[in-house]
Design a protein around this ligand. Structure first.
Ligand SMILES: [Zn+2]
Ligand SMILES: [Zn+2]
Length: 542
C-alpha cells in the first residue's frame, strides 16, 4: 500500500538540537501518517442503545487540505479519483431515483396547497393576500429545509433580464434540442469491436501579456492585472456558460468532472473529463461563442479613495458622500441605471488555446488524465505553484493588489470605492477589506469549488462513493453491516472525564489503523488463495 504525502523529516542539526526535539510524539505522528491514520482525530462517545455499553470512537477529521491533515486529504483525493473514473466512460444512463417523500415533507406540501388555494380565492374576491403570501414564502423555505428539491411553483419572474442580452460580436452557435441522453456515442471498428471514447479537455484564460517560462510577465507594467483579476473572479460562471453552450451544440446532456487549478502565471485553468466526444473544430466553435457578461455597475473610475470614503448614515441606513452628504445610489438603483447603450462591467472569455484529446475507458491515458484531474486537490490554489524567485513573488503581489479592490460580488464593500452602495449595505464596510474568499491571497481570485461535477456524472454523490468503499471493506473483512439505529453518538468535550488528549488519540488511531491493515492484508491473502487477485482501485480503501 502506497502512502503519498508523507515526507519523513530527516535527522538534521546537532545532537543537542535533536535531543531537544519532542521525539516520541513526532514518531507517533510519523507512524500515523505512514499508516494513513488521521492526524487530528475527533473523539465521539458511542452508546449502544440496547445494552447501554459506551465506547470511545475516533473519527477522521476528513480535511481535504494536505497541509492540515495529509492522510485525510489523500483519502479525499483518491475518493475523487474513484468518482471521476466511475463516471467517465459510463455506458448506461445513471439512474437517479429520488427517495419517496417522508410524512413531514408530505404534510408541508399539503399545507402549501391549502394556503395557495386560500390565497388565490382571496385574490379572486379582491381581498388582501399579504398574509397568505408571507405564509407561502415561509412554507417554501420550510419545504426546501425539509430536503425537497426545487419549488412547488416556478420562481416569480426576475426583475431584470438584461444579463441575457446577446452581444453582437459573438458568433452564433447552431442549437440543437438537448436530449435527455448523457452517454456518448459508440463507434464500431471493422473487426466488430465497439469503442466509447470520451474526452479530456483543458481550457485556459486568455493572455494578459507575454509571460516567461517561470510564469512571470516579460513586461510587468504592460500586464493586464485588472482583466486577470476579473477573469478569475468570474471563471466559474464562464465555465457554466461553456457547458450550457456545449450541451446545446452537441444536442445531449453532456456530463463532466472538472478540476480548477492555477497555471504558473497564476491564472485559473480547468481540466475537464467529458463523457462522449467532440471534435477540435467543434470545440473551437463552441469556445468562440462562449462568453460571460457581467452586468454590474461601471468600475472604470475610482470615485472615493481611502482618504475620503463614503460615510454611513445611521438614520436612513445608507452610505453618503463624505463632503455633500448626498446618499449614494443603492445596488438596485445602480443596476437600473445601466442603459441599453452601456457596456457590461466585464466580459469573460476563455483563451484561444485549449487542449483536447480522446480517451478510451480503462486505458493508460485515462489513468494519467485522472491523475492530472486530482493532482492538486489536496493543495490550496496558491500552494500549487510556490514562488521561488523575486519575480514570482512580485507577480503574485501585483495580482493580489489588483484583486484587493476588484468587487467580488454584489455585496462587496469595494463598491463604495466606485460610488455605489453594495447590496445589503450596513455600517462598517471598508473598500479593500472585504472578507470575500476571492480576495484572499490563497485563492488567487477564484472562490468557487475546486471540483465541479455534473449531476449525472456517476449518478452517485461523494457520500455514495464513500459508502461503496466502506461496503467493500466490510465485505472483504467479513464484518456484517451495523444497524445505524443501534447507537447514539455525542461529541466528547475537553472537560469530560473520558476525554482523550490529542497525544493519546494519536496512539489509539495508530493502533486501530495497524490492526485494520493487518486484518485487510489477511483477508486479501485468503481471497487470493480462493480466486485470482482482483486488486481493484477500491483496494486503497479505508
Ligand atoms: Zn484527518
Ligand atoms: Zn469582496
Amino acid at each position: 500500500m502506497t502512502q503519498a504525502g508523507t515526507q519523513e523529516p530527516h535527522r538534521t542539526g546537532t545532537r543537542a538540537q535533536r535531543l531537544a526535539m519532542p521525539l516520541a510524539r513526532a514518531v507517533v505522528r510519523q507512524l500515523a501518517a505512514e499508516h494513513g491514520a488521521c492526524l487530528r482525530p475527533v473523539q465521539l462517545r458511542r452508546t449502544d442503545i440496547s445494552t447501554g455499553q459506551v465506547e470511545q470512537i475516533l473519527v477522521p477529521c476528513g480535511h481535504t487540505l494536505g497541509s492540515v491533515c495529509a492522510p485525510c486529504a489523500e483519502r479525499a483525493r483518491t475518493l475523487r479519483a474513484a468518482q471521476c473514473r466511475e463516471g467517465w466512460h459510463l455506458d448506461h444512463e445513471p439512474v437517479i431515483d429520488p427517495d419517496d417523500p417522508d410524512d413531514w415533507q408530505r404534510w408541508l406540501v399539503e399545507k402549501r396547497a391549502e394556503t395557495q388555494a386560500e390565497r388565490d380565492w382571496a385574490e379572486a374576491e379582491s381581498d388582501d393576500t399579504a398574509g397568505q403570501d408571507a405564509l407561502n414564502d415561509e412554507l417554501d423555505e420550510e419545504i426546501t429545509r425539509a430536503g425537497l428539491r426545487g419549488n412547488v411553483l416556478p420562481a416569480r419572474p426576475a426583475r431584470r433580464h438584461r444579463s441575457t442580452r446577446r452581444r453582437q460580436d459573438a458568433p452564433d452557435l447552431p442549437r440543437r434540442t438537448v436530449a435527455a441522453r448523457t452517454v456518448g456515442k459508440t463507434y464500431t471498428a471493422p473487426d466488430g469491436k465497439t469503442f466509447r471514447p470520451s474526452m479530456f479537455v483543458t481550457l485556459t484564460c486568455p493572455s494578459y501579456g507575454r509571460v516567461s517560462s517561470d510564469g512571470t510577465p516579460a513586461d510587468p507594467d504592460g500586464y493586464d492585472y485588472g482583466r486577470a483579476a476579473r477573469d478569475a473572479l468570474h471563471f466559474a460562471a464562464l465555465f457554466d456558460r461553456f457547458i450550457q453552450n456545449l450541451r446545446r451544440f452537441l444536442g445531449y446532456d453532456v456530463q463532466y468532472f472538472a478540476a480548477v487549478e492555477p497555471q504558473r502565471r497564476l491564472a485559473p485553468h480547468i481540466h475537464i473529463a467529458i463523457r462522449g466526444t467532440v471534435s477540435r473544430a467543434e470545440l473551437r466553435q463552441v469556445l468562440a461563442a462562449t462568453y460571460h457578461q457581467v452586468w454590474w455597475p461601471d468600475t472604470s473610475a475610482v470615485r472615493y479613495d481611502d482618504g475620503d470614503l463614503p460615510v454611513w448614515h445611521e438614520a436612513s441606513g445608507n452610505y453618503a458622500d463624505p463632503a455633500t452628504g448626498e446618499i449614494l445610489p443603492t445596488w438596485d438603483d445602480a443596476l437600473d441605471a445601466i442603459g441599453t447603450e452601456d457596456e457590461p462591467q466585464h466580459v469573460a472569455r476563455f483563451g484561444p488555446r485549449f487542449d483536447a484529446q480522446g480517451v478510451l475507458a480503462g486505458s493508460r491515458d485515462a489513468a494519467r488524465c485522472i491523475g492530472y484531474l486530482t493532482k492538486y486537490l489536496t493543495k490550496h490554489v496558491s500552494d500549487c505553484h510556490q514562488a521561488d524567485s523575486d519575480a514570482q513573488s512580485a507577480h503574485a503581489d501585483r495580482l493580489a493588489a489588483a484583486l484587493r479592490y476588484e468587487p467580488c460580488s454584489p455585496t462587496c464593500a469595494n463598491w463604495l470605492r466606485y460610488g455605489v452602495q453594495p447590496r445589503n449595505a450596513h455600517a462598517g464596510l471598508r473598500p479593500g477589506c472585504c472578507r470575500g474568499k476571492a480576495h484572499r491571497r490563497e485563492h488567487l481570485g477564484y472562490a468557487g469549488r475546486r471540483v465541479l461535477v455534473s449531476r449525472k456524472w456517476s449518478g452517485k454523490t461523494l457520500a455514495d462513493h464513500r459508502g461503496d468503499r466502506k461496503a467493500w471493506l466490510m465485505s472483504t473483512l467479513g464484518i456484517p453491516a451495523a444497524d445505524p439505529g443501534r447507537y447514539s453518538w455525542e461529541p466528547v468535550a475537553p472537560g469530560d472525564p473520558d476525554h482523550m488528549p490529542p497525544g493519546q488519540r494519536m496512539l489509539h488511531v495508530v493502533a486501530d489503523r495497524i490492526r485494520w491493515q493487518e486484518a485487510l492484508a489477511e483477508a486479501r491473502r485468503r481471497a487470493a488463495e480462493d480466486s485470482p487477485p482482483d486488486l481493484s482501485a477500491t483496494g486503497r480503501a479505508a
